[in-house]
Design a protein around this ligand. Structure first.
Ligand code: UDP
Ligand code: MN
Length: 648
């Protein structure tokens, strides 16, 4: 009896133990699942350690992350700027719950799509959110108004964009040589960091979907959306909800407007991938774009790379392939542009990357450790602009390289006008000032002469760049002379001699020589226009007798028949006499060497005298012609130097 009883007890004990062990196993599996919630597709290395997530009241589906990861500890470098970012920020990420069941995911994904739209994958925002308007049919009469107000709001035609599928495929414009390229099988993982501020729903989500549709799962660590304090309703809880159903997409919200540079640095501090791919929030990736970038970074971790940036038309959303070869450059006003030029590379190397003096901000891929060790983005940069030029000069000067990888192509939406109404027009200039003062040494004078607004701001205040200068010293970065001669020898270095450079002012008409078609390399007819006083009309008569025009000095004053035009400056010496001019200081005549004719300003209907700054008003303009020399005031010129910065 006792024996039977003790056997029964033992059996019960055994069941109890088994139950306990089972419970422990279930707990273990569950906690492992929870710990892996930030990992994407189960195969990546774990990200940086994080403190546990805490729920916040009144924000269903949102959790606060207080991130304890300290990149400085991991990298052993001074990341003071990043640290301060982390302390200030309260970050939100959508709950990952519910993302493990694909069928459930798909179901709720559909619920969010507009009922009125036949294409269930089209790009209108969810109807139940703050912005359901795109889903409702519009009467034809208001169509035009809707389109122009969309352009007003976003700087592109969002109505057209809203009708295009989030999954549209771009035509494959890669060179045939690219299609046969083989890439290593063990490429590093990538975090695609997409910062946005008040981006349209369609363009933002098309960017995200296009990354998910084109980046191979085994290389994509995550898509990290960073909301830089957007105000638009559709980017609030509707977006959080939408994103929470996308596998591998995280959303972080900043509680402070950081601007492009700060926002990207924040994303970088949170990213877990080995390679960071910074991407604008209005891009579309072409098939196979990621692998070539990762391969180049994997081969050399100090390489910073960009795809060829194709262009999406702001009006029609048509895709336009950019011509290869192309490199990124900037001018002496510190404005960036891509330069497509067949002279840059032989035709037979269509798949070979090309070193580039700078890269645009649209898409940039960089090793995460290298990015942090080279100083991330300058935390002193405000809002928008120049951050990519600053990064470019720094990367090159401090031990890295930059290149455009032709087998990778991503299309970027070029805005009709900047999407941000700057509260303060000077912000861009302040970013330029930081860049010039930190990196350009004595060459910064050339910049200040071409951007007088920057000059005047600089006269009354100094940027606080102590930390950046320390970084420059600690990293042993090279000087700007090295950069100009070694990395960017294509950039003409102006001589800016006193009395032979500045605005070319015409005494007879009170106007200045101008070139209205921007910095394009092609050239065209010159005009006489109101003097801008901004430095945009600066030119430089150099010791080769060339009149070098514009912020890059790549266009030269030339003659086409009797008309004064600009044409690309010669790359070889000696300069042809067609491009040579002599300035006679006494008479103010500017004499064309080949024809011995004088430059004359001819007004069409007479110039309205205007204040120096209103170059865009209706003030009349005129043409510049070559005429037999006389002493008429319309043939009298002087070079007005607007700026002679003291010690700058
Ligand atoms: N952006 C941001 N915060 C800002 C300004 C811009 O996060 O204060 C984002 C913007 O949404 C875009 C990227 O930064 O994804 C670059 O800005 P933008 O496209 O306007 O620059 P552009 O392409 O015109 O140089
Ligand atoms: Mn952009």
């Amino acid at each position: 009896m006792r024996l039977l009883w003790s056997r029964a007890v033992r059996r019960k004990m055994l069941y109890l133990w088994l139950l306990l062990i089972g419970f422990a196993l279930v707990t273990l599996v569950l906690s492992d699942l929870l710990n892996n919630r930030h990992r994407v597709r189960g195969h990546q290395k774990p990200g940086p350690p994080r403190r546990p997530l805490q729920g916040i009241p009144n924000a269903p589906g949102l959790e606060v992350i207080v991130d304890s990861w300290d990149p400085a500890l991991e990298l052993g470098v001074d990341l003071a700027p990043l640290k301060s970012l982390q302390e200030d920020q309260l970050l939100f990420v959508p709950s990952a719950q519910g993302t493990n069941n694909p069928s459930q995911k798909k179901g709720s994904y559909r619920v969010l799509l507009p009922a009125a739209n036949k294409d269930s994958r089209a790009a209108a925002p969810p109807t139940h959110g703050a912005t359901g308007k795109a889903a409702r049919p519009r009467p034809e009469a208001v169509e035009g108004d809707a389109q122009s107000s969309a352009v007003q709001k976003y700087g592109f035609n969002e109505v057209v964009s809203g009708r295009i599928s989030l999954h549209r495929r771009l035509p494959d414009t890669r060179h045939p040589e690219c299609l046969g390229e083989q890439y290593s099988e063990s490429l590093p993982s990538a975090s695609v960091v997409i910062c946005f501020h008040d981006e349209a729903w369609s363009t933002l989500l098309r960017t995200v979907q296009s990354v998910l549709d084109t980046a191979p799962g085994q290389y994509l660590q995550e898509v990290l959306l960073v909301d830089d304090l957007s105000h638009h309703g559709h980017l609030k809880s509707v977006l959080s909800e939408y994103v929470s159903h996308l596998d591998g997409v995280r959303l972080i919200r900043s509680t402070k407007r950081l601007g492009v540079a700060g926002c990207r640095s924040l994303g970088a501090a949170r990213a877990a991938g080995e390679v960071l791919v910074f991407m604008d929030s209005h891009c579309e990736c072409q098939k196979g774009w990621l692998e070539p970038l990762l391969e180049r970074v994997a081969q050399d971790r100090t390489r910073v790379v960009s795809p060829i940036m194709d262009v999406i038309d702001w009006q029609t959303f048509e895709y336009n392939a950019t011509q290869w070869p192309v490199i990124g450059v900037f001018d002496w006003r510190l404005d960036f542009h891509w330069e497509s030029n067949s002279r840059l590379q032989d035709k037979d190397s269509a798949a070979r990357p090309l070193l580039s003096p700078a890269l645009g901000g649209g898409v940039v891929a960089v090793d995460r450790h290298f990015f942090h060790s080279v100083g991330a983005y300058d935390p002193g940069m405000l809002l928008w602009g120049v951050e990519q030029i600053e990064l470019s000069i720094r990367v090159w000067s401090c031990g890295g390289t930059m290149e455009v990888v032709p087998c990778s192509r991503v299309a970027h939406l070029d805005h009709h006008h900047p999407p941000y109404r700057f509260p303060d027009q000077d912000l861009l200039q302040r970013n330029k000032i930081r860049t010039a003062d930190t990196w350009m040494d004595a060459y910064r004078k050339i910049f200040y002469r071409r951007d007088t607004l920057a000059h005047f701001i600089r006269q009354s205040e100094s940027p606080d760049i102590t930390e950046r200068l320390r970084l420059k010293r600690n990293l042993g970065c090279r000087n700007f002379h090295w950069y100009l001669t070694t990395v960017y020898p294509q950039l003409y270095i102006p001589q800016d001699r006193p009395t032979l450079s500045g605005e070319l002012y015409n005494v007879g008409t009170g106007s200045c020589a101008d070139y209205p078609r921007g910095p394009g390399p092609q050239g065209g007819a010159m005009i006489a226009a109101p003097c801008s006083g901004t430095g945009s009309q600066h030119c430089d008569l150099n010791s080769e007798f060339e009149v070098r025009w514009g912020p890059s000095g790549a266009l030269c004053l030339d003659a086409s028949g009797k008309r004064a035009v600009l044409s690309p400056c010669p790359t070889h010496r000696p300069t042809a006499s067609r491009l040579k001019w002599k300035f006679i200081k006494l008479s103010g005549q500017l004499v064309h060497q080949q024809s011995q004719l004088c430059l004359e300003a001819v007004m069409e209907g007479g110039l309205t005298p205007s204040s120096p700054r209103d170059v865009n008003t209706n003030a009349k303009t005129g043409g510049l012609f070559l005429r037999p020399c006389t002493h008429h005031p319309r043939q009298q010129w002087h070079f007005e130097q607007l700026v002679a910065p003291k010690g700058a």
